[in-house]
Design a protein around this ligand. Structure first.
Ligand code: NAP
Ligand code: ZN
Ligand code: ZN
Length: 351
C-alpha cells in the first residue's frame, strides 16, 4: 500500500483535519499521480456537511485534481511517468453498459465510482479524493492536461469546467444564442468564459453588482443583479438557455419567466431542498427545465483540449491546507474569486 496524507472530514459538519491513510498499490492499468493541486468545489462542502444525505466518513473530499504521473502499472499505454494529468469526479464505472460504451460514464447504469464518498467496484473499499498528496487511478479514468495550461488554475476544469462545457455543448450555445449564467461562483465563472469562447451572447445573472467588472473581463456581454428592481420584467422571455449554478434554494419559477419560447433552463447547482415548479412556468412558452451532470471522459478531454486551444483557465485563490476550513466558509458566503485551489505541497502528516 502507498502512504497518503491529506485533509479529511471525520464526521458530518466537523471541520476538516489532517488525515493519514493508504492508497492501493498500482494495478496493471493504474497510474500513480503525485497530486500538485486540488480545487474546492461547492459539492465538496455539501458532502462533507452531509447536506445531500448518505455521506461516508472519514471523507477526503476533492474531485478537481491536477498532478504528475509518478509511476505506471505494467500494462499502462496511455500515460508515462512525468505526464501532466487530471482526475475529475469519478474514477471508475461498470465499463459495459450503454452509457459507459458511449463515453457517458457519469450516467453508468450501475453508478459511477465517485472519486470520493463512494466505493470501488468491489462494493466495499471507500474511495478518497484529491485533498491529498497522491492518488492511484485506472488510466481510462485519467485525463491529459494541456501543456500550455498551469496545473493550479487548470485543476478546477476537471469539475467546474466540464460541468458547464457539457450543457453548453448539448444545448448548442454558440453564435446567435443568448445564454445566461445564473450565479457566478466556481462553476458560473467558467460558464462565462466557455460560453464566450463558443461565440454565444453571454449574460450574467448575479445577486449583486459586486462581480460585474470581473464578469465583463471574463467575456460577459451583459450583467444584471437579480436583486435590482425591474430586472425580471426587463429580461422576460429573453434567453435561449439559462444555466443555473446556484447552490441555494431559489425560486426557479421566477427564473423560468426569463426563458424564451422553446428555450431551456438547465440546472447544475444542487440546493439542499427540492424546489417546487409550477406547470404554468413551463407551458407558457413551451419551455424546458432540465439538468446536467458533469461530463463523460471523452467530453472532459474535449473540454480540456478546447481550454488549451483558447487559453482558458479558472480564476483561482491558491491556499495552503490549513486554510481549507476558512475557504469553506468563504465559498458558502459567495466570497470566492472564483475557485480555491489547495497547494498539495502543504499537506503535513497527521500528528
Ligand atoms: P459556488 O462557487 O459557491 O457558486 C455558487 C454561486 O451561486 C455563488 O457564487 C452565487 O453567485 C450564487 N448564490 C449563492 N447563494 C445564492 C443565493 N442565496 N441566491 C442567489 N444566488 C446565490 O459553488 P460552485 O462550486 O460553483 O457549485 C455550484 C453548485 O453546483 C453547487 O450546488 C454544487 O454542488 C453544484 N455542482 C453540480 C455539478 C453537476 O454536475 N451538476 C458539478 C459541480 C457542482 P452570485 O454571487 O453571482 O449570485
Ligand atoms: Zn465538483
Ligand atoms: Zn456503466
Amino acid at each position: 500500500m502507498l502512504d497518503a496524507i491529506g485533509y479529511a472530514a471525520l464526521k458530518a459538519k466537523a471541520p476538516l483535519a489532517p488525515f493519514s491513510f493508504e492508497r492501493r498499490d498500482p494495478r496493471e492499468h493504474d497510474v500513480v499521480i503525485d497530486i500538485k493541486f486540488a480545487g474546492i468545489c461547492h459539492s465538496d462542502i455539501h458532502q462533507a456537511r452531509d447536506e445531500w444525505g448518505g455521506s461516508q466518513f472519514p471523507m477526503v473530499p476533492g474531485h478537481e485534481i491536477a498532478g504528475i504521473v509518478s509511476k505506471i502499472g505494467s500494462k499502462v499505454t496511455k500515460y508515462k511517468v512525468g505526464d501532466k494529468v487530471g482526475v475529475g469526479c469519478f474514477v471508475d464505472s461498470c465499463r459495459k453498459c450503454t452509457y459507459c460504451n458511449d463515453g457517458l460514464q457519469q450516467f453508468c447504469v450501475e453508478g459511477m465510482t465517485g472519486t470520493y464518498n463512494s466505493v470501488e467496484r468491489d462494493g466495499k473499499t471507500p474511495t478518497q479524493g484529491g485533498y491529498s498528496n497522491v492518488i492511484v487511478v485506472d488510466e481510462n479514468y485519467v485525463l491529459r492536461m494541456p501543456d500550455n495550461l498551469p496545473l493550479d488554475a487548470a485543476a478546477p476544469l476537471l469539475c467546474a469546467g466540464i460541468t458547464l462545457y457539457s450543457p453548453l455543448k448539448h444545448w448548442k450555445a454558440g453564435p446567435g444564442k443568448k445564454v445566461a449564467i445564473l450565479g457566478m461562483g466556481g462553476l458560473g465563472h467558467m460558464g462565462v468564459k466557455l460560453a464566450h469562447a463558443l461565440g454565444a451572447d453571454v449574460t450574467v445573472l448575479s445577486h449583486s453588482h459586486k462581480k460585474e467588472a470581473d464578469a465583463k473581463r471574463m467575456g460577459a456581454d451583459h450583467f444584471y443583479a437579480t436583486a435590482d428592481e425591474g430586472t425580471f420584467q426587463k429580461l422576460a422571455n429573453t434567453f435561449d438557455l439559462i444555466i443555473c449554478t446556484v447552490s441555494q434554494d431559489i425560486d426557479w419559477n421566477q427564473y423560468l419567466t426569463l426563458v424564451k419560447v422553446d428555450g431551456s433552463m438547465v440546472l447544475v447547482g444542487v440546493p439542499e431542498k427540492p424546489v417546487p415548479v409550477g406547470a404554468f412556468s413551463m407551458i407558457m412558452g413551451r419551455r424546458s427545465l432540465a439538468g446536467s451532470l458533469i461530463g463523460g471522459i471523452p467530453e472532459t478531454q474535449e473540454m480540456l483540449d478546447f481550454c488549451g486551444k483558447h487559453n482558458i483557465v479558472c480564476d483561482i485563490e491558491k491556499i495552503s491546507a490549513d486554510k481549507i476550513n476558512e475557504a469553506y466558509e468563504r465559498v458558502v458566503k459567495s466570497d470566492v474569486r472564483y475557485r480555491f485551489v489547495i497547494d498539495a505541497a502543504t499537506f503535513k502528516k497527521a500528528s
